[in-house]
Design a protein around this ligand. Structure first.
Ligand SMILES: NC(=O)c1ccc[n+]([C@@H]2O[C@H](COP(=O)([O-])OP(=O)(O)OC[C@H]3O[C@@H](n4cnc5c(N)ncnc54)[C@H](OP(=O)(O)O)[C@@H]3O)[C@@H](O)[C@H]2O)c1
Ligand SMILES: *[C@@H]1O[C@H](CO)[C@@H](O)[C@H](O)[C@H]1NC(C)=O
Ligand SMILES: *[C@@H]1O[C@H](CO)[C@@H](O)[C@H](O)[C@H]1NC(C)=O
Length: 413
């Protein structure tokens, strides 16, 4: 059996859903697993592959073959913001499914992982010991069986640990955007072994945006322009104001539907879209930092979180913004266009904000909270490649993370 040991950082909405998926997919993964083995004797002297009816699967392009092998995802550690729980022996043991169900239960109640200190066989660490322990485990497993670090936190504090474990030969799977949107130096280090990092869910949740871009890039098809609506919240808001509803009402409705962060200004500021835009820009090879991206905030500085409370913003601030947005919607409409909050990346320039777009494009037709990305390249010139679908949600995001983990299974022995 092939073992994929992993450490999960963050047990919020996404992290807990990932644990549920891992437990419920055990049978599926056991069947889906495969293993690359060195293959000799099945190739003729000319290198041509001979028919081999006795071999279940084979890869035609190299001297390896793929054979079925049960794969088992083994969670050897979990952490929240305060502590780390580790299996008693990371080489041979895991936190079993009963333990993982307890983690889900405890974290759903808003308690700390520490409450599980006497449940089952595990070791418990608090900062700063947890960082040292993680580094020790990474040193032990990274170069032997392999170890996957899965960052489902929303914190920038994980960057240091992630960079260290990458240096120790571990794999990294991210839903968290912050490690990829810090300095270029840290970004370069994290992606220095491209086969060992996956971060599909950092942009568009479960949508195959990163993998599609990587396929286009590696085929030598130059990407000329990306334009996308990458915030479900702002996609919803823009399509509702297009129907003539006041901006303030739409934002309040989005908040009560649970589409926004607790403070809707976290969405309206555009910072999160800016992070996604930076990840995409860097993927295209543009050597830029966060502060070189022009981001349009949908509220002025004098309505910021340091100036007024969420309640005051919703009651008194927001309505003052209605007229301006309404005028922009009307102007766009009279030009035959739709207003969208998008990121645009071309010629190493990256901008995030409201743009007028033709109504007969995928972005112009967008309704509701779907994410949409249009990709223009040599092959996708007049008609872009379009990726569209739910771009948020714990389930889809965790599914994207899980698919990333399975995608690197060949790096584990
Ligand atoms: N939800 C979505 O639809 C979606 C979509 C795409 C991407 N994402 C990304 O996925 C990540 C997780 O989202 P979420 O909604 O699950 O967030 P969340 O509910 O806020 O959960 C964050 C978790 O991370 C833990 N944490 C905080 N600092 C940590 C640290 N230094 N080390 C380890 N763990 C730490 C928190 O611990 P405590 O429990 O102790 O607070 C909490 O368990 C975020 O980066 C988000 O941007 C989410
Ligand atoms: C994601 O999980 C969080 C925490 O459990 C929950 O509050 C939120 O409603 C969930 N979001 C969705 C879209 O299910
Ligand atoms: C790049 O994007 C900017 C802003 O959207 C636009 O004005 C410019 O014409 C674009 N350049 C190319 C070559 O597409």
């Amino acid at each position: 059996m092939k073992r994929i040991p992993l450490i999960l950082m963050g047990c919020g909405g996404v992290g807990r859903q990932l644990l549920e998926h891992i437990v419920s997919c055990r049978d599926l993964h056991a069947k889906q697993g495969s293993c690359l083995v060195q293959c000799s004797g099945y190739y003729s002297s000319s290198g041509a592959i001979q028919a081999a009816r006795d071999v279940p699967f084979r890869i035609a392009t190299s001297g390896v073959q793929l054979i079925p092998k049960e794969v088992s995802l083994q969670v050897v550690g979990v952490c929240d913001s305060k502590s780390l729980l580790v299996a008693s022996d990371v080489f041979t043991r895991e936190l079993d499914d009963n333990f993982l169900r307890e983690v889900i239960r405890v974290k759903s109640n808003g308690s700390s992982l520490l409450t599980l200190r006497s449940f089952g066989e595990c070791r418990v660490y608090s900062n700063p010991e947890s960082t040292r322990e993680i580094t020790d485990i990474a040193g032990l497993l990274g170069k032997s069986t392999g170890l996957a670090f899965v960052d489902c936190s929303a914190s920038s504090e994980t960057i240091g640990v992630l960079n260290r474990v990458v240096d120790l030969g571990c794999c990294v799977v991210l839903a968290n955007k912050k490690p990829l949107t810090s300095s270029l130096e840290e970004f370069d280090n994290l992606v220095s072994q491209p086969r060992r990092i996956r971060h599909e869910s950092t942009v568009g949740a479960g949508l195959p945006i990163i993998s599609s871009l990587n396929r286009i890039i590696s085929s030598g098809d130059p990407i000329r322009r990306l334009i996308g609506s990458l915030s479900g919240t702002l996609g919803y808001v823009m399509s509702e104001v297009e129907d003539g509803k006041p901006f303030s009402q739409v934002v309040k409705a989005a908040k009560s539907l649970g589409y926004t962060e607790p403070d809707p200004r976290d969405d309206l500021s555009g910072t999160d879209v800016g992070r996604k835009a930076l990840i995409l820009s860097r993927l295209l090879g543009y050597r830029i930092e966060m502060d070189s991206i022009k981001i349009e905030s949908l509220y002025p500085e004098n309505m910021g979180p340091n100036v007024m409370s969420v309640e005051d913003f919703l009651a008194d601030g927001l309505p003052l913004l209605d007229k301006d947005i309404q005028e922009r919607v009307t102007r766009a409409s009279s030009n035959g266009n739709a207003l969208r909050y998008v990121c645009v990346i071309n010629d190493s320039r990256c901008e995030v904000g409201i743009q007028e777009l033709p109504k007969d494009t995928a972005l112009g037709r967008l309704r509701g909270s779907d994410n949409v990305l249009e990709i223009y390249s040599r092959c996708y010139n007049e008609q872009p490649m379009v990726l569209q679908g739910a771009g948020a949600g714990n389930d889809t995001t965790a599914a994207g993370v899980l698919a990333d983990i399975l995608d690197i299974q060949d790096l584990f022995s």
